[in-house]
Design a protein around this ligand. Structure first.
Ligand code: XLS
Ligand code: NI
Ligand code: NI
Length: 479
């Protein structure tokens, strides 16, 4: 992404350059003033400079301690490794509202003569934030960026106006679209699902909405397109034909892919599993059941997984487990970067600063060869009382630093090779002899029976050394 240089140079204070400085300051001031209405629109975060990397000893809170976008590791910059993305719905549509009370977060840019003009100003603020927080990507649902109209045609028209605006802002700032998606869950028409709705009329409406969302994702150069289950699940089996609903969901996905192919959209399709919420049982429960679903309906070549930490823990899995299951199937796509509260049973979407959890996750991601066209999208929101604009910066700085630190620690662990060697040694008996024959499926029960009764005898137990390994990880994290 292109840089905005907002920090003041220390060298300006040197006395020797006083006259030259005076001359330059006046000239620059006049030039700026002249071009002001065009080139320098009103800042929505006037008190906050672009966040700089200051290292672990940073003296102020609004600085990166671990994420240095320009640092090159293994031939790639940290910006290219991490591919951080801001979730429009939380960062720019989140109000702090919960089932017990309305929003608490009031943003100064939320005003204008009509919903579309407000959406444009909000988007200006969003892109200023993306640049200042140094995120090269963002993600959205269609209805996050543009207001829903009275009819589908009107909604599409609103979207077109905002997409044109987004295109200009992307061009001016270099910020790119990691993925687009459609909101098929907020409007009451989707109360019983979209693709799994018992009413074909709703299925058709949802298809039209996703068609448009694919069009705009392509228009904005989106690198992926996400399907999160929304309300695709059930509340009670008393009124539900589960088999038909699953088939309808698969049909919808096939139609989406056929349409994407027909318009030449090359982005990766991603499915984002979640076990529950909003429905009691979501059809794409976790990665393993997602793989089964995709394979059952011939969609396994079409999709990869967008794994969300909080969804993993809601399903009773660790984040790392979900990554490993997807990677084992060659279907690791992208990450929705957040954390849940293990004492609460819902999607709290918090910013993750648990460096141990993230280091282990990064180990699995690095071993799988990275995320390809995916990235780390902060599907995370401020707590209800975090009402200052500045809190948006603190939240993302913490998240970015924690993921960057996890990445660096994982790199170190892999470079040292101790952990990997331990695991490789643990399975070494499958590398040669009858072990290799088992893996290659060259022998069967008869041969193994002969070996077990004959020369092998009783297996000798070997320690799994879990505590040793936990200490090893601790030594990388804390010395
Ligand atoms: C909700 C999901 C959602 C998706 C995008 O739980 O995480 O935000 O990421 O539709
Ligand atoms: Ni998500
Ligand atoms: Ni979620």
């Amino acid at each position: 992404m292109r840089r905005v240089n907002l920090t003041r140079e220390e060298s300006w204070a040197l006395p020797g350059v006083f006259l030259l400085k005076n001359f330059l300051v006046h000239t620059v001031f006049l030039v700026l003033l002249w071009g002001l209405p065009m080139k320098n629109p009103k800042s929505h975060f006037p008190k906050i400079h672009q966040i700089a990397y200051e290292g672990p000893q940073a003296s102020q809170a609004l600085a990166f301690r671990h994420y240095n976008p320009d640092e090159v590791i293994g031939g790639k910059s940290m910006e290219e490794h991490m591919r951080f993305s801001i979730a429009y719905w939380h960062a720019f549509r989140g109000t702090g509202g919960d089932p017990f009370g309305p929003g608490t977060i009031i943003r100064p840019w939320e005003s204008g003569k009509d919903a579309v003009s407000i959406a444009k100003v909000r988007m200006d603020a969003a892109f200023e934030f993306f640049q200042k927080i140094r995120a090269p990507f963002y993600c959205f649902h269609d209805r996050d960026i543009a207001p829903e109209g009275r009819t589908l045609a009107e909604s599409n028209k609103n979207l077109d106006q905002i997409v044109a605006h987004a295109k200009q802002l992307q061009k001016a700032t270099g910020v790119k679209l990691l993925w687009g998606t459609a909101n098929l869950f907020s409007n009451p028409r989707y109360m019983c699902g979209a693709a799994t709705n018992p009413d074909a009329h709703v299925f058709a409406y949802a298809a039209a909405q996703v068609k448009k969302a694919l069009d705009v994702t392509k228009e904005l150069g989106g690198e992926n397109y996400v399907f999160w289950g929304g309300r695709e699940g059930y509340e009670t089996l008393l009124n539900t034909n589960l088999k038909r609903e699953q088939e309808h969901l698969a049909t919808f996905m096939h139609m989406a892919k056929d349409y994407a192919n027909s318009i030449g959209f090359k982005g990766q399709f991603l499915i984002e599993p979640k076990p529950k919420e909003p429905t009691k049982h979501q059809y794409d429960f976790d990665v393993a059941s997602g793989i089964a679903f995709l394979r059952t309906f011939g969609l396994e070549k079409v999709f990869k997984f967008n794994i969300e930490t909080n969804h993993a823990t809601l399903a009773g899995h660790t984040f790392q487990h979900e990554i490993e299951v997807a990677a084992a199937a060659g279907m690791l796509g992208s990450i929705d970067a957040n954390a849940g509260d293990l004492l609460l049973g819902w999607d709290t979407d918090q910013f993750n600063t648990d460096v141990r959890e993230l280091t282990l996750a990064m180990l699995s991601i690095l071993k799988a060869g990275g995320l390809g066209t995916g990235g780390f999208n902060f599907d995370a929101k401020l707590r209800r009382p975090s009402i200052d604009t500045e809190d948006l910066f603190h939240a993302h700085i913490g998240g970015m630093d924690a993921y960057a630190l996890g990445f660096k620690l994982a790199q170190k662990i892999l470079a040292d090779g101790k952990l990997e060697k331990f695991v490789a040694d643990r399975y070494a008996s499958f590398d040669t002899g009858y072990g290799k024959d088992i893996e290659k499926r060259r022998i069967g029960f008869r041969e193994l029976n002969k070996l077990a009764l004959g020369k092998l005898g009783e297996p000798k137990p070997r320690s799994g050394k879990q505590e040793y390994l936990e200490n090893l990880i601790m030594s990388y994290l804390h010395g």
